[in-house]
Ligand binder design. Structure first.
Ligand code: NI
Length: 264
C-alpha cells in the first residue's frame, strides 16, 4: 500500500539535544514516514542554524523568527539579519512569533512590539507565519486582525478552546496539533480536533519538547509525530491514510512546498 509521506511542520532540530545523534533521529523519522520537516527558529542564532540544516538536507526546510520568550533580546540588527536569512529559497515561513503570557519571559509590551514588527516584515516578504500563542488567544487574534494582508497562518501547538478554534477556521488559519493531543486529560484539545475540519489541521512535534504518549517526559523527535496522527484518526474516526494525505496536502499548500512523490 502506498501512503503520502507526512510532514512534521514544527521541529527545533537546531536544539542541542539532537547534537549527539542527529543522523539517527533523521533515519528514524524517515522510517516512520516523516519525509519532510520544518525546523523553526526562535532567535537569530537558531534561525541561522535552521537555515544551515535546510541547506544541507533536502528533507528539511527552515522558518526564521524570534520567539516571544526572546523578544527582549531583539535589536534592529536582529530583524535585519533575519530578513536576509529569509531570502533563501529554503525558508518557507516566518516564525515562530507571537505572545506568551504564561511565562512572560519578556515583558508583554515588548512581546507585542516585536510580534507586530515581525508580522510587518513577514507581510512585506509575503511569507506564511508560524504563531506561538500561550494564554494570549484573544490578543493574538486581535493583533493578527490588524494585518489583513497576512492570511497564511498556523497557530502552532494550538491550546485554545472550540470558540477560538472556530474563529481561526473562519479566518482560514491552520491549527498545529502535536503531542499534547495524546495527553489523556487534554479533553479540550481532543474536543477541538473532533470538531475542526481536517483541512485546517497540521501535524507537528515541537520536538525536542512535548513528546506524545507513550514517550511523554522524554526527548521528543520527528518520528513520534505518528502518535499524533494515530490519535487524530481515532478521534475523527477516519483512516490514518486520510489524516496523512490531508495534513500533508495542508502543509504543502500553506508553506507552498512542492507536491511530494508517493513513498512506499
Ligand atoms: Ni516551537
Amino acid at each position: 500500500m502506498t501512503k503520502a509521506g507526512i510532514i512534521d511542520t514544527h521541529a527545533h532540530l537546531d536544539d542541542n539535544k539532537f547534537k549527539g545523534d542527529f543522523e539517527s533521529v533523521q533515519a528514524r523519522a524517515l522510517e516512520a514516514g516523516v519525509t519532510r520537516i520544518i525546523s523553526v527558529g526562535t532567535n537569530f542564532t537558531s534561525s541561522r542554524h535552521a537555515c544551515v540544516l535546510a541547506d544541507e538536507h533536502p528533507e528539511i526546510y527552515a522558518a526564521v523568527g524570534v520567539h516571544p520568550h526572546d523578544a527582549i533580546t531583539v535589536v534592529p540588527r536582529t530583524l535585519e539579519g533575519l530578513r536576509l536569512l529569509a531570502g533563501s529559497s529554503r525558508v518557507v515561513a516566518w516564525g515562530e512569533i507571537g505572545l506568551d503570557y504564561h511565562y512572560n519571559f519578556s515583558p508583554q509590551d515588548c512581546q507585542l512590539d516585536v510580534f507586530r514588527k515581525q508580522l510587518e516584515i513577514a507581510g512585506e516578504l509575503n511569507l506564511p507565519v508560524i504563531i506561538h500563542d500561550r494564554e494570549a488567544h484573544q490578543e493574538v487574534l486581535s493583533v493578527l486582525g490588524d494585518f489583513p494582508g497576512i492570511t497564511e497562518v498556523v497557530i502552532h501547538c494550538f491550546s485554545g478552546d472550540l470558540r477560538i478554534a472556530e474563529e481561526c477556521v473562519k479566518r482560514g488559519y491552520y491549527l498545529g496539533i502535536g503531542g499534547t493531543l495524546t495527553f489523556p486529560n487534554n479533553k479540550k484539545l481532543q474536543d477541538v480536533v473532533k470538531r475542526v475540519p481536517l483541512e485546517h489541521i497540521l501535524l507537528e512535534t515541537d520536538c525536542p519538547y512535548l513528546a506524545p504518549q507513550p514517550w511523554r517526559g522524554k526527548r521528543n523527535e520527528p518520528a513520534f509525530v505518528t502518535a499524533v496522527l494515530e490519535e487524530i484518526a481515532r478521534l475523527k474516526d477516519v483512516s490514518q491514510e486520510e489524516v496523512a494525505a490531508t495534513t500533508t496536502n495542508n502543509a504543502e499548500k500553506l508553506f507552498r512546498l512542492k507536491k511530494a512523490q508517493k513513498i512506499r
